[in-house]
Write a protein that binds this ligand. Structure first.
Ligand code: G6P
Length: 368
């Protein structure tokens, strides 16, 4: 009903706007007054972390996309090798799991059949299991050794939004925690990142306060048959989630590509006017990304770039630019996904799609 939607037309847009609160609720209880991280009552010790040989992150759909961001962060901060897989493939890929593996499963609902089966297999093989879950008391939350809850609140729209950003926030917190335990991250780096993490909710709020430009961009995308998303590093991970969002709710075919890989095939699909959403938020990849944007532009692609405030030089190469507030490159995915969620919503709305319940899809997939 309208009341349940709190005055919004759809759950999806309501949930997009709930992200500042969802992030605050997920982040603040984990940071103590003295500025250190408390992983609820999850007892991961220095000794334990020094003795594991790898982490596996397994999930489906949007939760998997949060997982691949988690991989980058854990590998960077804690220097522990992380393997990732989608849950429907994991069990059939002869996974290398033993007592020295920490298995992290990610699931909003905690009921996805493939993810639950992956968790059970990992337990059978002796791994320690940690679930990142949103639904309290769900099957995955109950069966895992430890649970780290994302406090996003109920997510009703089939297309996941606030669950994703809170899952990424959870991974940032966990990666920092492991990095500190493993003595791979200095105190000053740790403190600087945490300070930036605390500011994320208000930066999301800032983006949500001015959505005129994204609405305008969306209004020109409704009649497209194909849309491409490109990025490098964390931008590529976010591009995958942006692309999934768009196809789920608007039924427009879309594909996410690592920007440097484009010329190995997909560039053949770029024609005059093909929209390409290019994420360019990573400082160390900025110049490389600009060259990739130019490659697409030279083939007629219409470039909508997402970059940080201040990176105005991108206007020389892109047709439209969406600016997001500056923050550290490792955690900016929580900001760069917001305009992509909004574009998906407004394109779907403009096409009269059933935004909250896209055809053929379910909120929680309980069959394998
Ligand atoms: C379904 C939903 C997706 C979700 C995926 C995993 O396909 O439509 O939005 O990302 O399941 O769900 P989970 O509850 O395990 O995160």
């Amino acid at each position: 009903s309208q009341a349940e939607k709190g005055g919004y037309d759809h759950f999806m847009i309501k949930e997009i706007f709930e992200q500042p609160k969802a992030l605050r609720d997920t982040i603040s209880p984990r940071i103590t007054k003295d500025g250190s991280i408390k992983l609820d009552n999850i007892n991961i010790t220095k000794e334990y972390i020094k003795n594991i040989n790898k982490i596996y992150i397994v999930a489906c759909g949007t939760a998997y996309h949060a997982g691949i961001v988690g991989k980058s962060l854990i590998e960077k901060y804690a220097k522990i090798p992380v393997l990732t897989d989608v849950a429907s493939e994991f069990r059939y890929n002869n996974p290398f799991i033993d007592e020295k593996t920490l298995m992290i499963v990610v699931s909003q609902s905690g009921e996805t059949a493939d993810t639950l089966a992956a968790l059970r297999l990992a337990k059978e093989k002796g791994a320690r299991t940690l679930a990142l879950c949103n639904v309290v008391g769900s099957s995955i939350a109950r069966e895992a050794d430890d649970v780290f809850y994302t406090w996003a609140g109920p997510e009703i729209a089939v297309a996941s939004t606030k669950a994703y950003t809170t899952q990424v926030a959870a991974f940032i917190i966990i990666a920092l925690y492991l990095g500190k335990l493993n003595e791979n991250i200095s105190d000053s780096e740790y403190n600087t990142i945490l300070k930036e993490v605390i500011k994320l909710p208000e930066k999301v709020d800032y983006i949500l306060n001015d959505i005129f430009k994204v609405k305008d961009i969306a209004s020109n995308m409704m009649n497209q048959d194909d849309i491409f998303f490109i990025g490098r590093g964390i931008d590529y991970n976010v591009a995958m989630e942006g692309s999934l969002k768009l196809k789920e709710v608007s039924y427009i075919h879309s594909e996410a590509m690592a920007a440097g890989e484009l010329k190995h095939g997909t560039l053949a699909l770029i024609e005059e006017g093909t929209p390409v959403i290019a994420l360019a938020t990573q400082d160390n990849l900025y110049d490389k990304m600009i060259s990739n944007i130019r490659e697409v532009k030279a083939r007629g692609g219409y470039i909508i770039a997402v970059s940080k405030e201040g990176n105005t030089s991108i206007e020389k190469s892109a047709d439209k630019v969406i600016y997001i507030p500056d923050t550290m490159d490792d955690i900016i995915g929580i900001l760069s996904i917001i305009p992509l969620q909004l574009i998906s919503y407004y394109v779907a709305l403009g096409k009269n799609c059933d935004v909250d319940k896209p055809r053929n899809l379910a909120k929680s997939v309980t069959v394998e």
